[in-house]
Design a binder for this molecule. Structure first.
Ligand code: EPU
Length: 419
């Protein structure tokens, strides 16, 4: 079993390069399967979720070659094999194979996805979209069986704004006859990234980044080369870590516009931030103001950063409230932070944090990806040593986190130990 040990109370300083966006990568790989010729994806992050996708490509008979952060994918030999079990169950984004295979082959069998346990995560809106395009969707033996004689464009109003459903419907619709209109679509930068890739492969997609996306089916998509956007959540995590340790950190390869909600909140708390074209500098202050945070769909404050920012708020002078409107139960990190001395309680979908109680290192466990990031930040702030288990969750979505933090001056190491 892997464990991370952190000796806290050392200000982070220096420069850190942000990798490609996890939630783009896991959608761009299946999107590349829509083409009849090879696609190269650049700026790919080296994370476990990407590894899992590479295994899935192999299962589907797709040739792929990874060189550094460049992934070459040749989908010309793809076979739409059923994937009811196996790797699909280990990551959430395997659901994009439903849209991609249905769109390309008019049939797919894909096991229901895994991923972080954040409470119920239904995919009814994905299914509603597939059905609206003419697919028959049957749930059998833990997998969805999707089949269509033909896919025909339709108007789909999403009942809630969903990143996954928006992308999945786009994938299913690129080869459909006529025009598909997704209303109440999600506007996350990762959606624009997928639409940009598909458009450069020859798809006809208008409106990505707004809440109405129009996809007019085409007969054939080719290959292309696409450099994916930087990971705004990884960037946000290092910004919070810099602020939490009273450090001075410059983040390279970022798009500041994608982080405006976090930048505004950190400034409100008293954190110094300088924005350049593709760089952000963070100056952690000694005294922090409390803040109220409500997670919202993009461009609101991202749910994926509400867990990482919780330890920072334990330092503020006063009471802060974090409300997660996207996932009501994304609070598994709270008990662990409490073990480190944080004064936090959960009421409904809110965490109430009484600031001003210093954190102390102890044994804690990461139960999901962003809980892991939250506990690493808490460990960097804490007096003494923090021992963290559940490292595999962190590796799913953060590229070389331990090395990157060590390069910034953190005392952090991973050790392989008997369970
Ligand atoms: N929802 C439904 N039905 C659906 C789809 C979604 O009820 O058919 C609900 C969800 O339960 C949730 C809300 O709608 O309450 C939003 O879910 P969404 O579909 O947007 O989430 P997702 O696509 O499954 C992606 C990211 C998550 C991120 C959310 C919200 C990927 C692979 N995952 O999930 O990332 O939290 O959007 O921004 O893109 C993470 O990176 O740690 C992570 C969990």
């Amino acid at each position: 079993m892997q464990r991370i040990y952190i000796s806290g109370r050392r200000p982070l300083s220096g420069r850190v390069a942000i990798g490609g966006a996890k939630n783009s990568a896991v959608a761009l790989i299946p999107a590349a399967l829509m083409g009849r010729s090879p696609t190269t994806l650049e700026n790919l992050p080296m994370i476990r979720d990407v590894d899992l996708y590479l295994h899935l490509l192999k299962e589907l008979g797709v040739k792929a070659e990874l060189r550094g952060s460049r992934l070459w994918i040749d989908p010309s030999s793809i076979e739409p094999k059923p994937l009811p079990n196996g790797e699909v169950k280990k990551l959430r984004a395997s659901y994009y194979l439903m849209g991609a295979l249905l769109g390309r082959f008019k049939e797919a069998v894909v096991g229901l996805p895994g991923g972080c346990d954040l409470g119920p995560r239904p995919i009814d809106q994905h299914v509603k979209g597939f059905e609206a395009l003419g697919a028959e969707v049957v749930h059998e033996g833990g997998a969805l069986h999707l089949k269509a004689r033909e896919l025909i464009g339709n108007r789909i109003f999403l009942d809630m704004v969903s990143v996954g459903a928006t992308i999945n419907i786009m994938l299913a619709a690129v080869y459909a006859k006529g025009t598909t209109v997704i209303e109440n679509a999600a506007k996350e930068p990762e959606i624009i990234d997928v639409a940009t890739l598909l458009t450069s492969m020859g798809a006809n997609i208008k409106g990505a980044g707004t809440n109405v996306i129009r996809i007019t089916g085409v007969d054939e998509l080719g290959g292309t080369t696409h450099s994916m956007i930087p990971d705004r959540i990884e960037a946000g995590t290092y910004m919070i870590a810099a602020a939490a340790t009273e450090g001075e950190v410059a983040l390279e390869n970022v798009i500041p516009l994608h982080l405006e909600s976090l930048i505004a909140k950190l400034r409100e708390m008293g954190v110094g931030i300088e924005e350049r074209e593709d760089e952000i500098r963070v100056y952690g202050p000694r005294i922090l103001q409390p803040a109220d945070i409500k997670t919202l769909v993009y461009p609101g404050f991202p749910t994926d950063l509400q867990q990482p920012i919780a330890p920072l708020l334990t330092k503020a002078k006063g009471t802060s409230i974090i409300t997660d409107t996207i996932y009501a139960h994304r609070f598994k990190h709270v008990d662990e932070l409490r073990r480190m001395g944080a004064r936090i309680k959960v009421e409904g979908r809110s965490a109430i944090i009484e600031g001003g109680s210093p954190l102390e290192g102890t044994r804690v466990q990461a139960t999901d990806l962003r809980a892991g990031a939250s506990l690493v930040i808490a460990g960097l702030m804490a007096e003494g040593t923090t021992r963290l288990t559940g490292v595999e969750h962190i590796e799913r979505g953060y590229e070389n986190m331990v090395e990157k933090l060590r390069d910034l001056g953190a005392q952090i190491e991973v050790s392989q130990e008997e369970a």
